[in-house]
Ligand binder design. Structure first.
Ligand code: SF4
Length: 420
């Protein structure tokens, strides 16, 4: 059961909400538009607020971790027994309902396939190795933000720690001897949760990779011997964490990737999220240690179009270096080619996904309300509400994320590193 709309993860977990914009990728931050401007849950910026999510939300990963353990057993059982029915899975593995729910979750993740319908559904397993569920951390904030203010709870009340019990309280519940909860405290709680859920892979994506080393805790006292064995002897290496940074243009690649490279001893997977991709990026100097590249265009209000050549270039670089490439989406704008077509005025046209075949000419901007004969062929940079001309051969049409889809040159790219 996927609990996120993000194509490259199975779940999203937010430890807190609120952030500060740091680079062009943040210009149209959807979290800011939704949780600051629209709902007022947290104020963005260095003098704003950071709102810790409710305790009930912190219980979810524990549940997902438990599901992952059961689901893996069910998947292995179906793999060993192809064409097994729902009923047989239910009776052979665990108590009935639980296994049937496992099958639903596995089907939603594409790991098993029903071959028939109805109560006697027959299943086969897909893939040769188990795919661990991936949790995307802090889609509504940045887990590595260096913010010094007081944290508030989900109702906006300042949070305090009882030094005797270590429990957290809102300001109107606490009496004496209280100290304020900081972002560092919440981050430690997040890492304790990560260490307690070894069946999940946690994806820590940040636009502040320069802070990672300072913010990365060793395993806490709560980590048991078994966990240490799973994680290896390195006190800082977490097998169940993937660390990534956003690279929206070449400037950010030069700035952020050397910082991410310093984290190679912390995690099995270091990845790049080139989304929203705002320019051509050459990742080749770093692809010898990058394990995964995700690329995508921008969606939502104010979205900026990406040139398809930027995606093709990244795909080609990844193919040459043997790095898995995941194309997430075009976003709000779908690029289409402008072709020679003498049937149309101007002799050039494009296949507009909303209007059909359309002449690639545009009315010249003029101070006069109307001027006849002032049409010309589209040029790079021309822009209306619906079209954005990327170059003389490519126009981006605003069709919305769903219609724009995620096929690059007709192919879906779902590359992901394999981590058992
Ligand atoms: S880092 Fe992420 S959450 Fe923070 S402002 Fe930028 S886009 Fe928004």
């Amino acid at each position: 059961m996927a609990e996120t709309k993000i194509e490259w993860a199975d779940y999203t977990f937010n430890a807190w909400i609120g952030c500060t914009k740091v680079s062009p990728a943040c210009n149209n931050c959807y979290a800011w538009a939704d949780f600051d401007v629209r709902k007022g849950r947290a104020a963005w910026g260095p003098n704003g607020t950071r709102s810790v999510t409710a305790d009930s939300n912190w219980k979810n990963p524990v549940k997902w971790n438990r599901w992952a353990e059961i689901d893996r057993k069910v998947w292995e059982f179906v793999k060993e027994n192809p064409h097994v029915s729902t009923w047989e899975v239910s009776t052979d593995i665990t108590s009935g309902r639980l296994s049937a729910l496992s099958l639903d979750r596995l089907a939603a993740r594409g790991l098993v396939l029903p071959l028939t319908k109805g109560p006697r559904t027959v299943w086969i397993a897909k893939g040769s190795e188990w795919i661990r569920p991936r949790v995307f951390v802090n889609s509504l904030s940045d887990w590595a933000e260096d913010w010094r203010g007081d944290m508030v709870d989900h109702k906006g009340r300042t949070m305090h720690i009882d030094p005797n019990t270590g429990k957290w309280y809102a300001d109107d519940q606490m009496k004496i001897g209280k100290s304020l909860v900081t972002m560092t405290d919440v981050r430690q709680r997040l890492f304790a949760l990560i260490d307690a859920t070894p069946n999940l892979d946690w994806l820590l994506l940040t636009k502040r990779p320069e802070n990672i080393l300072d913010m990365w805790p060793p395993f806490g006292d709560a980590t048991d011997g078994m966990m240490m064995e799973i994680m290896g002897a390195n006190q800082f290496y977490r097998r169940n964490v993937w660390i990534g940074t956003t690279v929206e243009n070449q400037e950010q690649a030069r700035k952020r990737l050397p910082e991410l490279e310093k984290c190679r001893h912390l995690s099995p997977v270091l990845f790049v999220s080139a989304e929203p991709l705002l320019g051509e990026v050459d990742l080749r100097p770093w692809l010898n240690w990058i394990s995964w590249v995700i690329a995508g265009g921008e969606s939502g209000p104010g979205a900026r179009p990406s040139h398809p050549e930027w995606f093709r270039s990244l795909r080609g670089q990844c193919e040459a270096a043997g790095v898995p490439f995941f194309f997430k989406q075009f976003g709000e704008w779908l690029p289409v080619p402008i072709e020679k077509d003498n049937e149309f005025s101007g002799g050039h046209a494009f296949e507009c996904p909303v209007d059909g075949r359309t002449a690639a000419v545009i009315r010249e901007r003029s101070k006069k309300a109307f001027q006849s004969g002032k049409w010309r062929r589209m040029r790079a940079g021309d822009q209306t509400k619906k079209y954005y001309v990327l170059d003389e051969r490519t126009v981006a049409v605003k069709v919305g994320k769903k219609k724009a889809g995620r096929l690059l040159d007709g192919v879906q790219h779902d590359g992901v590193p394999s981590c058992m």
